[in-house]
Ligand binder design. Structure first.
Ligand SMILES: *Cc1c(COP(=O)(O)O)cnc(C)c1O
Length: 368
């Protein structure tokens, strides 16, 4: 957060006392990580909440490491024949960095302008598709793409597919059927997301053997011994982070009501004002975001400056796409017109579960 600036994101995690009640259990068990009692309890409660079998949820140390272990468990590390990971450029850096950690080179494809996500019907036409070892689709801002189409694409091509659904926790709660037996889906529990353990994440996958490989990859490639048998890392969630998640889960029904109230305020207050664009509000996207889609990039730049003049922070959450960022410049050259267009026109506005009517009015007035 920048001092003196009204923040685009103002996380609110459970109070220390609520977390401490859980941490005392770890002290009693003297088990603090390596799938301790609190991590297991969090996984179990998440599975029960979604009506899934216990193995369908495996927590990780971050949303990024969830992507990494999901890749290792489904596609394995890159090899010389299939060194590329096909993914959108319209995403947060973590998607591509996770693939790189598994040895893949990102290969960026354009998004569909309606879904903001990869179009599964067009992926196999990519000129470099023969060299693609894994496809990572993204649910931008929590907008989950057509899962059935991704499953079909996987069944028809045999290519492992992962969905980086980092911000889609609420979408999972509302539609648990999104959790697939063939396409692992990863979630982030970062403090800026709606459900948080501080840092953390999870792989959702209705595949018991696949989830065993997730556990193995997350724990140094060990399997029932201390010998590394496959590629791995340390992606384990600690019980301290699980304690935050358990306390957050206790209050999550109320949290969702808070978000619904803020969304209603945004929608209601926007109605009386002539906004220079279209508002995208939850539940179509994650409650972590409110987005203004402007008619063109120049309008967005102008609005962002105007907000800043009034000491209000706003953000292009996915910047201008990953393909123009310096670190990813070595990826095969890509012409991504829809990514370039949309990323120049989507502006993240302040969002928090406790925004007041006056605060929202201040943001909207600055836009008009
Ligand atoms: C938040 C986010 C991540 C990264 O999650 P962390 O928990 O911060 O590692 C990855 N992908 C997308 C699309 C995200 O929004």
């Amino acid at each position: 957060m920048i001092p003196g600036l009204f923040p685009v994101c103002r996380p609110l995690l459970p109070p220390a006392d609520a977390v401490a009640a859980y941490i005392r259990r770890s002290d009693q068990a003297r088990h603090y990580t390596n799938r301790g009692p609190l991590v297991r309890l969090l996984e179990e409660r998440l599975a029960v909440t979604l009506g899934l079998e216990g193995h369908a949820v495996r927590t990780t140390s971050s949303g990024t490491s969830a992507i990494e272990v999901a890749i290792l468990a489904s596609a394995g590390p890159a090899d010389a024949g299939r060194p590329l990971a096909l993914m959108p450029s319209f995403t947060f850096a973590a998607t591509a960095l996770a693939a790189e950690r598994c040895g893949y080179r990102p290969l960026f494809a354009d998004i569909d302008p309606a879904s903001w996500a990869l179009d599964p019907a067009r992926l196999a036409d990519h000129p470099d598709f023969a060299k693609v070892g894994v496809v990572i689709s993204v649910a931008p801002f929590g907008r989950v793409p057509d899962m059935a189409a991704l499953e079909r694409f996987h069944a028809e091509t045999g290519r492992p597919v992962i969905l980086d659904a980092a911000a889609a926790f609420e979408q999972l709660l509302d539609t648990p059927a999104l959790v697939s037996a063939t396409v692992p889906l990863t979630i982030s529990f970062h403090a800026t997301k709606t459900f948080s353990t501080g840092e953390g994440g999870a792989v959702f996958w209705r595949n018991a053997e696949g989830q065993e490989r997730v556990e193995q990859a997350a724990n140094f490639g060990f399997h029932r011994s201390r010998e590394t048998r496959v590629a791995g890392t340390n992606a384990k969630m600690s019980d301290y982070h699980a304690a935050v998640g358990l306390a957050m889960l206790d209050g999550f029904a109320g949290r969702r009501q808070d978000y619904a109230r803020v969304c209603q305020l945004y929608a209601g207050l926007a109605e009386g004002r002539r906004l220079p664009g279209r508002l995208h509000l939850p539940p179509c996207i994650s409650s972590a975001y409110v987005l203004l889609e402007t008619p063109d990039a120049a309008t967005l730049d102008q609005l962002q400056r105007r907000l800043l003049d009034q000491r209000i922070e706003s953000r292009k959450w996915y910047e201008s796409g990953l393909h123009v960022q310096r670190h990813f410049a070595s990826a095969p050259l890509a012409d991504l017109p829809h990514t370039a267009d949309l990323s120049g026109r989507l502006l993240g506005l302040p969002m928090a579960p406790d925004l007041t009517e006056a605060e929202i009015a201040r943001v909207l007035d600055a836009l008009v």
